[in-house]
Ligand binder design. Sequence first.
Ligand code: PRX
Length: 662
Amino acid sequence: MSQASPTESPDQNLQSSLRENRIFTPSAAFAAEAHVKSFAEYQQKYAHSIADPEAFWAEAARELDWFAPWTRVLDWKLPEAKWFVDGKLNLCHNCVDRHALGARAEKTALLWVGEPADEVRRISYRELHEQVQRAASGLRSLGIQKGDRVAIYMGMTPELAIALLACARIGAVHSVIFGGFAASAIADRVNDAQCVAILTQDGSWRRGNEIPLKTTVDQALEQAPSVKHVVVLRRTGSAIPMQAGRDHWWHELLAAAQPVCAAEPMDAEDPLYILYTSGTTGKPKGLVHTTGGYGVQTYLTTKYIFDLREDDVYWCTADIGWVTGHSYVVYGPLANGATVMMYEGAPNYPNFSRFWQLIEEHKVTIFYTAPTAIRAFMQWGNEHVERHDLSSLRLLGTVGEPINPEAWMWYREKIGGGRCPIVDTWWQTETGGIMVAPVPGAVPAKPGSATLPFFGIEPDVVDRSGKTVPAGSGGLLVVRRPWPSMARTVYGDAERYKKTYWSDVPGCYFTGDGARRDADGYLWLMGRVDDVINVSGHRLGTMEVESALVAHPKVTEAAVVGRPDELKGQAIVAFVTLDAATAVSESLDALKDELKRWVTKEIGALARPEEIRFTQVLPKTRSGKIMRRLLRELATTGHISGDTTTLEDFSALAKLRENEES
Ligand code: PRX
């Protein structure tokens, strides 16, 4: 039995007709305690939510604290949505104050484990309230105001979560840059948003090594003059240069700050954050998320999809540098008053049992991770899992890419002990919150399918004209109506937002994903249909990597494609043409290594090509477009059998084949 592999190229995926037939119904015991207890209840609630989405979302919004009520639930003029118009609230207040000042004051908000052994911090909601206020006052004391953009480039420390919340408290717009990005990628993002400050650490721990964050920030700031302040958390204790007037120690800033800092009343549509993600051009897009709608949907999806209960210990393994961390480490679970576990390091350090040991030790009940991680766990071997008691777990989740049924079954049996429901959650940086996933006590799961839409969400699978395709056929995944946590724009480029998301399919939001809907209405995601590749659950634009490669003085042209990879989902293969002098004179193996290092330096290790292939020419259409489809086929199968009729120069194929054989 098999199913559309997540690693097939999008073209192949759309024609896929493979099927997975197993169905797993929630256990009676789980359903009895769940927020939604039966499939009939899900169906009824969903039908209700779609018949009157504004009433549905308004009811959800009333579960948060508002400083002033909204006057209208939704203003919609494609592509501009305004949710909870005129409403005023603050998400830091909703995530922290309302718990700290109520019955959850002494409940653990953050349960943090450092990578170096035996380091555990438990921060109660009361303590979180104190620290967030000091951090917010500290930022204010630097002159940072509502609307200012603040970059955050940190490791997975509690202070990273505190940094986001402190920005939200004063209305500063945070722009978190994943700690694996290189200096020039930081500079691009900081410049695009004109950030006035950056929060960082001396370094962070990863597999026993120190990642020097502050030094990288210093390099980035040579090309990013908008930054006036750098706040540095001391984490590793390494000696780092501090620039007088510009650089401030986190602990000194907070010690000197006012202990009380009122939460700024924010308009529901005020921006909360910018998060950059890859698209089909070389320049990453800064998606802008706003306050009210984002707060409501992340709150509600956390409650229902993870079926959160008061005594849960919830662990989402994503780094806060990605959207999953924003929505499901910070805002969603904290808005629910959950105990959120955070781990600083990698799953295979100091040994392959690290995650399972943490689950056992801290009695984790909900575990949310990525398929690429699950495939790595499988490869490392069952013995690392079997050594630990995972009986505290009651729910498992996945996100970031399609999960192959084999990995799903392993996850269910080996980690979930056959008893935990699995929520396969489909969503995107752009959607802000979960869109398609089984409500766990109610919706039967099929391994490899994200199943059915969340309440109030109306996805469809369509052809280019927007017509729904028949059940069983592949098509484009779209969303037919606005939802509260949708990104409102691309920072500084409203036109690009409209063109990328709201122009391909008439009247719909286009996700960039291919999908198939089966006879039960279940959605099966089939990968991207654009030039975006998904490496270990992280999005990379092929153009972004190509731009980095052609910036190297010896490279003339580059074409980057994704090749199926058992572990990472997709791996990057770069076809590169060299300038004539280099092509004859260089040691090509050394140059391959040099180019891999170059891309790592330009973008970060996550963009490092798995393979570089030198070629004399790239296959192009008559209009000069590189035929990535052919390169994808070559990288995947080792030969080209697809349609080549639009090829401009047929000798290109022969030359590519020659390289293949040599
Ligand atoms: O292709 C889909 C895939 O990841 C893309 C979104 O990537 P990003 O914005 O980085 O956000 C990842 C975390 C939300 C989607 O367009 N994707 C995400 N979740 C799934 C998925 N593909 C299949 N199944 C999923 N559960």
